[in-house]
Design a protein around this ligand. Structure first.
Ligand code: ZN
Ligand code: ZN
Length: 348
């Protein structure tokens, strides 16, 4: 028998992890060994991780094929502290993030067309592998996003899901500077959507429920605030000429259906608020004015990089509430309550 040359490593302290052990279980704080990155992967010393509504998929086990125990988290910001074999473009000490797009195979038909966002075998951080609710995580290099100097970890984290989703949907919505863009919902996505739309040079109409968010919406860059509980919001948008894009962020199919007629000619309802019930729009509503309904999923790590650079350039920042990792359960409950203003972020 050959003598092993592998010596036991000097006592490494374990790390803390907030995991879900089975579908629907509560968060448990456990200690684990710090993982080693395999070929093509890096280890990130996590500094901050956003708590996103899509973490429900991990908590409740509603994503097909998810395996447990699983550590949620796909809004990760940190520092690379170890690189695996074959990694040349990333170095120890470099700041990096990971968002929803946690990896792609590079070989499926979509990847071969360069459409990595729609990879048939896409990996999702916190679902396909353990995400950012822990002190160290391992991620494949194709999922990494460089974080600009001037953005803090807690600012960058929510931009890697909520930020990229709103920014990328807006820039693919077809509006030009000066066009009317409506942002439905002034919440976790909407408060970023309003800022990105304003900084993109659009005339922004924020559509919210009740009057309490009016002054905040204007502070964030909306030139008009429409209270959909006291006004017919679609008519109000038509009075302004009709929206070129409505960015639908609040997951209410009913509200999206009611707002559709606020679109102008060639307008697009960009749907990013993930609800499960149908949007109801009659064919004639689509035909009149050649209007479109489109869904939009976040984007690639390169899109995330664009988002961070645009935020750095223009001053777009998420409004956040921070919780230490030990309080992951509390942070998750706060996110679910819908009362957070506006993104909840864990710090390590
Ligand atoms: Zn998310
Ligand atoms: Zn692919």
């Amino acid at each position: 028998m050959a003598t092993s040359k592998v010596r036991p490593k000097p006592e490494a302290p374990p790390m803390m992890v907030a995991q879900i052990s089975k579908p629907g279980a509560d968060f448990e704080l456990v200690e684990r060994e710090i993982p080693e990155p395999s070929t093509g992967h890096v280890r990130i010393k996590v500094q901050a991780c956003g708590v996103c509504h899509s973490d429900v998929l991990t908590k409740d086990g509603s994503w097909p094929g998810i395996q447990y125990p699983r550590v949620p988290g796909h809004e990760v910001a940190g520092i690379i502290d170890e690189v695996g074999d074959g990694v040349s473009a990333w170095k120890k000490g470099q700041r990096a993030g990971v968002g929803w797009h946690g990896g792609h195979d590079g070989t499926c038909r979509e990847c071969r067309r360069g459409d990595f966002r729609n990879c048939r075998n896409q990996k999702i951080a916190g679902i396909s592998y353990d995400g950012g609710y822990q002190q160290y995580m391992v991620a494949p290099v194709e999922a990494l996003v460089p974080i600009p100097e001037s953005l803090s970890d807690t600012e960058a984290a929510p931009l890697l899901c909520a930020g990229i989703t709103t920014y990328n949907a807006l820039r693919h919505g077809g509006a030009f500077p000066g066009d009317l863009v409506a942002v439905q919902g002034v919440g976790g996505l909407g408060h970023l959507g309003i800022q990105f739309a304003n900084k993109s040079g659009y005339k922004v109409a924020a559509v919210g429920r009740g009057s309490e968010n009016a002054s905040l919406a204007k502070k964030l860059g909306a030139s008009v605030y429409i209270d959909s509980t006291s006004t017919n919001a679609a008519e109000a948008l038509q009075k302004l000429g009709g929206a070129r894009v409505i960015l639908a962020t609040a997951p209410s199919s009913k509200a999206m259906s009611a707002l559709f007629d606020g679109l102008g000619p060639n307008g697009t309802l960009m749907v990013i608020g993930a609800a499960f019930d149908p949007i109801e729009v009659a064919p004639v509503q689509l035909i009149n004015g050649s209007r479109t309904i489109q869904g939009w999923a976040a984007g690639t790590p390169a899109d995330s990089e664009d988002t961070l650079l645009f935020a750095e350039l223009t001053g777009v920042r998420p409004m956040i509430e921070t919780y230490p990792l030990e309080k992951a359960a509390e942070a998750y409950a706060r996110m679910l309550s819908g009362k957070a203003e506006f993104r909840v972020v864990l710090t390590m």
